[in-house]
Design a protein around this ligand. Structure first.
Ligand code: PMP
Length: 377
């Protein structure tokens, strides 16, 4: 069955994460669930030290390396704890005394990243600190900085930013510049693998898999030789050390085996479909269609993000009243369009258009929006 053919019992899924998965991957998981590769065991019941799982683990890393074009010398790591654990691990591994960790505050998740790093300072020695160097909080995180607004001091340990702001619906459409010796760190949880990216410019990218790459349970981390070297210089409990995890190829302890297995299938599926270029083209097409419907509604639907910062992954918009927004979500759900309620902290509507959301889902949403406006506008 092709990606776009939706079986009757399925709905169009606009959830922000955990989110839509490619249908052929779900079908394969179902088909292999009781007996993985003829072993008579489910992958869920298989030892993480078995040859079968070893192939899955290494296969997932290899597929991600190819899909994301991970440069030689960089390591791909699998860890539990979600992106949230990375908020602390970044500081624990990459902060140097006397050199601040600099943060761009472009939404709730980057704010959390800074707060968790602040808490991690208690585990580090004197002289470690983190700070915000730019924020759009006063305008409700309606935009990301322009390139010329990102001014990182050469004294900084690293610059941390969130490439896609899942709640506000904004996204960086460029890679920030950092001075020589300052590491570039990115939380790409909600836009990893959605478009080509020159990973050679980054020192650490992390992403919870549950939006663009697979199920919840595994965080994908890509670390540069410099990031690993910095991590290696200091002793940390093993699971909190990038260098220690890399040394054991992410098999330091039992990894989230099922999540890694699904990530492998998802990455292989996207490679077979044309890789990041094909995904980027389709993601852009979906976003253009939905923003076009918002902008063409005569003000009935109003986008939350400033146009130059609009996200292609999470499209956020408002209706004339909260009452109409509630009705919108409810009626959409009855039409088989689910997951459209905005984040509880901001309200409004949010349509998440991750990799596995087909164009036809967005076409169905846009048709519903026109009809809703006709009845309620
Ligand atoms: N960063 C971003 C950009 C996110 O969207 C999320 C989850 N929505 C997180 C971090 C937190 O991820 P997790 O729940 O995997 O810790």
């Amino acid at each position: 069955m092709g990606t776009n053919a939706k079986p009757k019992e399925r709905v169009y899924n606009f959830n922000p994460g955990p989110a839509a998965l490619p249908l052929p991957v779900l079908e394969r998981v179902r088909d292999e669930l009781l007996s993985f590769e003829g072993t008579g065991l489910s992958i869920l019941e298989t030892s993480h030290r078995s040859p079968e799982y070893k192939r899955v683990h290494e296969g997932a890393m290899a597929a991600l390396r190819r899909l994301l074009r991970v440069p030689d010398g960089y390591e791909v790591l699998f860890l539990g704890g979600g992106a949230t654990l990375q908020f602390a691990m970044v500081a624990l591994n990459l902060l140097e005394p006397g050199r601040p960790g600099d943060y761009l505050l472009t939404g709730r998740w980057s704010q959390k990243a800074l707060q968790e790093a602040q808490k991690a300072l208690g585990l580090l020695g004197e002289g470690h600190r983190v700070r915000a160097i730019w924020s759009s909080e006063v305008t409700d995180y309606d935009r990301v900085p322009r390139p010329d607004e990102v001014r990182v001091s050469p004294d900084a340990s690293y610059l941390h930013y969130t490439s896609n702001n899942t709640i506000a619906g904004t996204q960086f459409h460029y890679v920030p510049e950092v001075p020589e010796g300052v590491l570039l760190v990115c939380d790409a949880s909600s836009d990893i693998a959605s478009r080509p990216l020159d990973l050679g410019r980054f020192d650490l990218i992390y992403a919870g898999a549950q939006k663009n790459l697979g199920p919840a349970g595994v965080t994908v981390i890509i670390a540069s030789p410099q990031a690993l070297e910095r991590s290696r210089r200091r002793a940390r409990p093993s699971l909190l050390s990038y260098a220690a995890v890399a040394e054991k190829a992410s098999l330091l302890n039992t990894p989230p085996v099922f999540a890694v297995y699904v990530v492998k299938l998802v990455a292989e599926h996207y490679l077979a479909e044309g890789g990041l270029e094909a995904l980027a083209e389709r993601n852009e097409q979906k976003a253009r269609l939905l923003y076009g419907a918002i902008d063409g509604s005569g003000g009935f639907y109003r986008g939350c993000a400033r146009p130059e910062s609009r996200s292609r992954m999470n499209v956020t918009f408002r209706l004339p009243s909260e009452g109409l927004e509630a009705k919108f979500v409810e009626e959409a759900e009855r039409e088989g369009l689910v997951g459209l309620k905005g984040h509880r902290s901001v309200g409004g509507i949010r349509a998440s258009l991750y990799n596995a959301v087909p164009l036809e889902a967005v076409e169905a949403l846009v048709a519903f929006m026109r009809e809703f406006q006709r009845r309620h506008g």
